[in-house]
Structure formats: structure tokens, C-alpha cells
Design a binder for this molecule. Structure first.
Ligand code: ZN
Length: 476
């Protein structure tokens, strides 16, 4: 059997041209399982050739149709034709891009200069789809692996390397990073939002001023809304707070949303919540409180009582600690403080008979004082967890911790053997967040379609030009 793949291209002006891409031979006598259907290599070849034909035909059509002046319908002269290259998902394609000499009837009048109509459609060396694809893959795997994966499945050019992929991924990331989120319309005005924040450390570059730096990540969520991941390098703190505030405003579509901020109370994450320009309700992560109470329970359980007073103390301690958990769960901070004071008093008043009991009591006292300091440092953040839990609201930073896992640990953890500059980490984290939120393509497309702001020189020139044309006498 012989298969011929042929393409017919019909231009908008009616002309049709046929191209033969390739011939596949499958003689019956040589047929074996490996020669059933198209192989990956053949498929890549076919796609590459098809892409070459389509892009060349498009360039041809654009250059021909744009040679007619829109105003006076004159057929314009060509300055020259140049060979241009563009990287697409189906390989690097060369095409002939004609430069047309602009008509004298178009402003600025009497100025005939060459311009390439295709530059409007191919403004960069890579198509937007390829840019988004490389950014998306870079957010998941190291740059060198991205090149290998692309090479495996797509007819990419032989010159593609990890440096190009990195530059493109960071370029896409810089666009997302510099773009303000547009306010979402589907946010319910009465929704109760929860912002869970956590931090993770990333290894800094050898030559940079810090050996590691912290990246704040987390999720913003509400009932009936998909959670939204975010990340920001903490070194630029005022900026990080501004970004967070802007994210909250755009997602909740409100200047004063009903917001609770859950943190684990470590590393002064609370200060970030305080700096937000809203009046959020601070919530201390239940898991961290519960774990600390669990320590106390374990120490009390392990206390080896050898005498009657020690035994009585052990029972009292176990009962008080059980009640302490209950106080925290129901948000009764005053009662919890009094329970902790009682535990400390019992620890001090018992005279231990054995060194082991003395050790356990000292350790228990230390842990209780630590818990007192922890609750005090995060004053007012212990709430009625039970009520919130029954209402189906989040009470732990689990979703922030999973964000740390997803955003930082997959791509920037120590196992990856990579060191990062704060800026590089910030940019890649933005792409990762967009991939997790599932809106990378959408955001890149929105940025691409937005009109570019004019450079200052061009704006000044156009302003002068407009004023000069206004001062001309009527009918000129
Ligand atoms: Zn004209």
C-alpha cells in the first residue's frame, strides 16, 4: 500500500494550490506490528511539513492583501522580501515576509516607508501557543527535561535548548507577574472568604546575598468558589502585602470582603494579616494548637508515678489537659489560660520521688509555658473552632501547606538540586500558581490582546502631530 498526503490550500481570494507532503510506503510483504499506522517520527514529520505549508501560505496571503491601500486602492510597491523564522509547536518554520512601501495617502502624508505586514501577526520569534506550552511545562519539570519532553513528542528544532526554554518561561511569567488580575464577576457578595497563608524556604543562588529565602504561599477560598493559589517572595514584604491585598480584592470583587486569615502563628505570619488593608478575622491554625496539647497529653501519660501524691497529680494533670483541649476547641481563651495556670501550679507543687518524674514534670512545665507564649503571641486568634467546623468552614492551614507542597516543593525543593534567585523563584512561582489555578493560557491570551501602551516618544510625536493637523486651515 502507498499513502500520499496532499494538502490543498485555498486563499481568501479564491486561488487554490496543492502541495504534496509525503508518501508513505507499507508493502504487504514487509508488514509487521511496528509498521501499522503512522509512527511518531512520521507523524512529527507530517506535522512539521504541514506547518511549513500553512505558515508560508498565510505569509503569502497577508502580504498580497495588504499591498492594496485601504484609502486609494492603489497596488503598493514592494521594498524587498526577507526570510523570517518563527518557532511554533510543530517546529521552526521559515517564511518569506515581504516589506511593502506604505502609500503616500496614509498619515503621515508624503512619507513612503517600508513595513512588514507579517510583523503584526508574528511579533515574536515564538508563537503564543508555544510560549504558553513551554511556560506550563517549565512550571512542572526542570528546563532540560522540558526540552527532552518536547523533543520526544513534537518536531521542535534541533537548536532548542534549556536556556531558550528558561528565557521564554520567565518572559511569560514576567507578563503574568506584571499584570493586575481583573475583578471576577462570579464572586458572591455575601461569601465568607478564608485566606490560608504559609511559608516555604527556597535555596538561594551561590552568588546571591542570601543562602535561602522564604516564599509565602497559600490559598484563598470560599464555599462554592474554587480555591485560588498564590505565591510571593517574602523579602519584598510591602510588595507582598500589596499583591495579596490586590488578589483578595480582585477575587472577592469587593473592597471590604468578609475575610478570615488562617496562619500557623509562626515566623510572624500574623503581621502580614495585620498589614492587609481590610479588617480580617485572624484565626490560629487548629492543627498547631491541637499538636501542642497532644505533647502535653503524651508527657502526662508517660509520667511514672511511684508514690500516692505523684499518682494523684498525674490524674489531675490528665484531666486538666483534656479540659484544656475542650477550652481551645470551643474558643474559651480565658478558661484555657486558667487551665494552663492550674497545670503549671500542679507541676510546681508536686515533689517528685524519682529523677524520671522530675524530668517529666519539668518538661510538662516547659511545654505549657511555651503554649502560653504561643497563644499570647497570637493574641485573639484562637476562635470557636467547633462552631466553625460545624459550619463547614476551614479551621486549619492544611490547604496552605498543600499549596507549599504544590508550588514550591515540586519544583524548587532541595531534591531538585537547583538554586534560585529571588526574582527567578518569584516568576516561576507565578507560572506554577497559574497552572494550578488552571488559567495560564487564559491570562496570557488576555495580556496579548490588550493594546500595548505607546512609548513616551511615540506618544509625544503623535500629540504634536495631532496639534499641527488641527492648526491647518479648513479644507487643506
Ligand atoms: Zn493610498
Amino acid at each position: 500500500m502507498k499513502v500520499t498526503i496532499r494538502v490543498d490550500v485555498t486563499m481568501d481570494y479564491g486561488e487554490t494550490e496543492s502541495f504534496e507532503i509525503c508518501q508513505l510506503e507499507r508493502p504487504y510483504r514487509e508488514l509487521d506490528p511496528a509498521r501499522i499506522g503512522l509512527s511518531l517520527a512520521e507523524g512529527k514529520d507530517v506535522l512539521h511539513w504541514l506547518q511549513r505549508i500553512v505558515v508560508a501560505a498565510q505569509a503569502e496571503e497577508v502580504c498580497l492583501l495588504r499591498r492594496f491601500c485601504d484609502r486609494c486602492h492603489r497596488f503598493l510597491d514592494l521594498k524587498d522580501r526577507r526570510i523570517r523564522k518563527v518557532d511554533t509547536v510543530f517546529g521552526t518554520v521559515r517564511f518569506r515576509s515581504a516589506r511593502v512601501i506604505s502609500c503616500a495617502c496614509v498619515p503621515p502624508f508624503h512619507f513612503e516607508g517600508p513595513y512588514g505586514p507579517m510583523s503584526e501577526y508574528v511579533p515574536e520569534r515564538a508563537t503564543p501557543e508555544l510560549l504558553a506550552l513551554q511556560a506550563k511545562l517549565s512550571a512542572r519539570t526542570p528546563y532540560r527535561q522540558v526540552v527532552q519532553t518536547l523533543r520526544e513528542f513534537l518536531p521542535v528544532s534541533d537548536t532548542l535548548n534549556h536556556v531558550t526554554v528558561r528565557n521564554r518561561a520567565l518572559r511569560a511569567a514576567a507578563r503574568i507577574d506584571g499584570d493586575e488580575l481583573t475583578a471576577s464577576d462570579d464572586a458572591r457578595p455575601d461569601a465568607r472568604w478564608t485566606l490560608a497563608i504559609d511559608g516555604g524556604f527556597v535555596r538561594g543562588r551561590r552568588n546571591s546575598e542570601c543562602s535561602s529565602f522564604e516564599v509565602l504561599t497559600g490559598r484563598l477560598t470560599a464555599k462554592g468558589h474554587p480555591p485560588r493559589a498564590f505565591a510571593s517572595v517574602r523579602r519584598e514584604l510591602p510588595d507582598a502585602v500589596d499583591r495579596l491585598a490586590q488578589l483578595v480584592r480582585s477575587i472577592t470583587n469587593s473592597e471590604h470582603p468578609k475575610l478570615s486569615v488562617i496562619t500557623d502563628g509562626a515566623n510572624g505570619l500574623q503581621t502580614i494579616a495585620d498589614q492587609l488593608p481590610f479588617t480580617p478575622k485572624s484565626v490560629l491554625d487548629w492543627f498547631h494548637i491541637s499538636m501542642r496539647v497532644r505533647y502535653l497529653e503524651q508527657i502526662a501519660k508517660g509520667l511514672r508515678a511511684t508514690s500516692e501524691p505523684e499518682n494523684a497529680a498525674k490524674h489531675k494533670l490528665t484531666a486538666r489537659i483534656g479540659k484544656l483541649r475542650w477550652c481551645f476547641w470551643h474558643g474559651n481563651a480565658a478558661k484555657a489560660a486558667s487551665r494552663m495556670r492550674e497545670i503549671l501550679t500542679i507541676c510546681r507543687s508536686v515533689v517528685p520521688q524519682t529523677p524520671q518524674a522530675a524530668d517529666s514534670l519539668a518538661q510538662l512545665g516547659y511545654r505549657v509555658r511555651e503554649l502560653v507564649a504561643y497563644v499570647k503571641a497570637n493574641g485573639g486568634s484562637t476562635i470557636n473552632y467547633g462552631k466553625l467546623y460545624r459550619e463547614g468552614e476551614p479551621i486549619s492551614t492544611a490547604m496552605a501547606e498543600s499549596a507549599v507542597n504544590q508550588i514550591l516543593n515540586k519544583r524548587m525543593c532541595k531534591r531538585q538540586q537547583m538554586r534560585w534567585s529571588p526574582r527567578g523563584a518569584q516568576l516561576l512561582a507565578q507560572v506554577r500558581c497559574a497552572v494550578i489555578n488552571g488559567d495560564l493560557d487564559e491570562r496570557l491570551e488576555m495580556i496579548r490582546q490588550r493594546p500595548k501602551p505607546l512609548s513616551l516618544e511615540v506618544a509625544v510625536f503623535l500629540d504634536k502631530f495631532r496639534r499641527a493637523s488641527e492648526s491647518l486651515p479648513q479644507g487643506f
